[in-house]
Structures are given as C-alpha cells and as structure tokens.
Ligand binder design. Structure first.
Ligand SMILES: Cc1cc2nc3c(=O)[nH]c(=O)nc-3n(C[C@H](O)[C@H](O)[C@H](O)COP(=O)(O)O)c2cc1C
Length: 370
C-alpha cells in the first residue's frame, strides 16, 4: 500500500512464513450460512473477492470436516468432492486479486442436534453432558441442541483423521493453508476446557490430557499438508456454549508452548474481553503471556478498531489483527484504515440471511476518489 502505510502499523508489510503479507488487517472467519446444502455457492466468489487485497490474509468461514461436524444451517463443508470443487472458483477469485486464503476447518461437537447428524444420531463430543440451547458466536439466535454422545477412546483417531482429510481437501481446493478451529466451545474446545471435559481416559483430566486431542489434530494436519501451512484458533478465556476453563491462562500458555514443538505457522487467539458473546468487557487478562511464548506468527481478534489495532502491532502485542464484524460490513477495510476513512455500520439482522446479496455483497466501498 502507499505512503500512509509507514505511519500506520496495521498497514506495514509482514512476512508470515513463506507468505509475503502487504498489511496486517486479516479477515476473521465469519459464518454466513449461505452455503446451501453445505456446498459453497457461486455468490461467495464475489463476497471473498470484495475483501481480498494483494498480499492480504483472508480466513474463510468455519467449514465442516465431516458429516457429523455440522450444527448450523447452510454452513459449508469440505469432506465431499462436490464441496471441494465448489470451493475452487472461490479460492481462485481470491488468488486472482493477490490474496492469501486459509480455510477454517471445524467440527461443532455437541453444539448440534439430531437433525444435523447422519441417520439422526446424537452429536459427538468429549462428554455426554448436554448444553442449554447454544448462542451463536455473535450473540444472536439460539441453536437447538441435543444430548451428545461421548466419543469412545478408540473412535478419536477417526475424528482426527477427518481433520487430516479436510486439510488435504482444502489444499486440493487451492487454499494456501488451513486454520484449525479450536475456539468458541466447539469440538476441540470441548476437549480443552475443564468445565466440559469430564473424561477419565488419556484425553481427559490433566491439562496435558485435555490438550492431547487438539495437539493430535494439529500434528495430523501438519504431517499431511506441512506445518508451514497450518494455523489454529483458540479462545482460552471464552465461555461460549458453556465451554469455560478454571485456569484459562495456564491453558493458553500450555497450548502456545506445545504448538511451538509442532512448528506451525500461526496461532490466532481471541481476546479475553470477548468472554461473553458479542460484547466487549473490561478484563484484567491479556494474551501477552501467550504471545511471548509462541514462536510463530501471533494473530489477535476480538473487538478491535483501527487505533487499538495499530497499538497492538506497534507494541509488539500481535503480528496481525483479525477483524470480524468490521470486515463483514467494510469490504475495503484495509483501504479505509489506510485513509482513516469512515466505516459502514454492520447490520446484525442480515448476518445469517440466506440472501446471496443482502447483507453479504451489498456493503458499499469507499468512493474511489477518497
Ligand atoms: C457473523 C459472525 C460469524 C462468525 N463466525 C465465526 C466462525 O465461523 N469461526 C470463528 O472462529 N469465529 C466466528 N465468529 C467470530 C469472529 O471471527 C470474531 O472473532 C468476532 O466477531 C470478534 O471480532 P470482531 O469484534 O472484530 O467482530 C463470527 C462472528 C460473527 C459476527
């Protein structure tokens, strides 16, 4: 980007492994529920292309790894040939604009119900404890949930394998890498957090045991596609879908250190202030200990604007800042930050509409003469 970049830390270039990023403004993963029948749709080409910049990093919406991974209507998958083929033009569209595109691979675990599951079976989880109707990541809408079935120890490698195959499929679809969704109370988080995980096998109990599933997923994915193409998203401080931990700092730190041994590309952490969905709370907690411990690229997300994003970069608190709601409503967010331009407001009512345009690709760009 232009001269303004040097004065604006968010717009300074950054080398993330082998990827040359031209700025630090990342598209956070955003579920949009417009992938009818779990198949990505042609309207996603324009949506992602609008948000792509040369050398900008985009993380695709949470994408199911298998037919047991779904818990919301019309979220995309990446376990069938048809889904992989449907992703290709979307990835090509981002690449045509010079963007770098990672796929967030996801299993909801117990945040699901019979209707989403093959043969109407129970959703799978680390536990058989049900949750109350779950709130979405942005705090609106409730999902109906069913009592889950606790995975047997010998079934766990099969689920890990689903992540591995999904990662291979993502590369086949053309993605530059994958982000493993280990946040927000979904399957991996259901293993990580001591308020959910009540197992007595080697995947439960101690911190080391609770982190085993996440780390085995990371290892399997890294072995399949290369650690230089793997990131993970974690939210140790969050309590979405009743997934909280009694010592989130120890959990975040343990994961950061264990991930170093696997040599993955990035760790993407959600700010402690996002402990409650959709709201920014004052908190004494910080991601600083995890940032200092993790040796790869560190991405932060949660409630950021331009000024505190700049400060996070300038202070060395993060390498990159991911923006969710602001990028949803401002397709040209990096440019608006560069120009210190006005921002469009997001409209929650259209986050999850099925409409292929409204609330999706109709947010205006800054006029080109600004
Ligand atoms: C509409 C919507 C969909 C979301 N979908 C996902 C998702 O698929 N995966 C994920 O990890 N987080 C998801 N989130 C959380 C965002 O990635 C982000 O962490 C959150 O919005 C806080 O950042 P912000 O304050 O910049 O919006 C979603 C948030 C919103 C508003």
């Amino acid at each position: 980007m232009s001269n303004a970049a040097s004065a604006t830390p968010l717009l300074a270039p950054y080398k993330m492994g082998k990827f040359d990023l031209s700025h630090r403004v990342v598209l956070a993963p955003l579920t949009r529920e417009r992938s009818f029948g779990n198949v990505p749709q042609p309207h996603a080409v324009l949506y992602y292309q609008q948000r792509a910049t040369k050398g900008g990093l985009l993380i695709a919406e949470a994408t199911g790894v298998s037919d047991t991974a779904q818990g919301y209507k019309d979220t995309p998958g990446i376990w069938t040939k048809k889904q992989v083929e449907a992703w290709k033009p979307i990835v090509d569209g981002v690449h045509a604009k010079g963007g770098i595109f990672f796929c967030q691979i996801w299993h909801v675990g117990r945040v699901s119900n019979h209707a989403f599951q093959p043969n109407g079976q129970a959703p799978i989880s680390s536990t058989d404890k049900p949750i109350k109707p779950a709130t979405r990541a942005d705090g609106i809408g409730l999902a109906k949930v069913s009592t889950p079935r606790r995975l047997e120890t010998d079934e766990i490698p099969l689920v890990i394998d689903d992540f591995r195959v999904a990662a291979r499929n993502a590369i086949e679809a053309g993605f530059d890498g994958v982000e493993i969704h280990g946040a927000h109370g979904y399957l991996i988080d259901q293993f990580l957090k001591d308020q959910v995980n009540d197992r007595t096998d080697k995947y439960g109990g101690s911190l080391e045991n609770r982190c085993r599933f996440a780390l085995e997923v990371v290892q399997a994915v890294a072995d399949e596609i290369g650690a230089d193409k793997v990131g993970i998203r974690l939210s140790p401080f969050a309590s979405y879908s009743e997934a909280s931990d009694s010592n989130p700092e120890a959990l975040g730190l343990y994961m950061a250190q264990a991930l170093n041994k696997l040599g993955i590309l990035y760790c993407h952490m959600v700010e402690p202030r996002m402990v409650n969905i959709g709201e920014k709370l004052e908190t004494p907690h910080s991601l600083r200990p995890m940032r200092d411990a993790f040796k790869g690229t560190f991405i932060v997300a949660g409630g950021y604007g331009r000024d505190d994003g700049d400060k996070a970069i300038a202070d060395g608190y993060a390498d990159l800042v991911a923006y969710g709601r602001l990028f949803l409503s401002n397709p040209d967010l990096p440019r608006r930050f560069e120009m210190d331009g006005p921002l469009n407001k997001y409209n929650r009512d259209t986050f999850y509409l099925s409409d292929p345009v409204i609330g999706y690709t109709d947010y205006p760009f800054l006029p080109s003469d600004v």
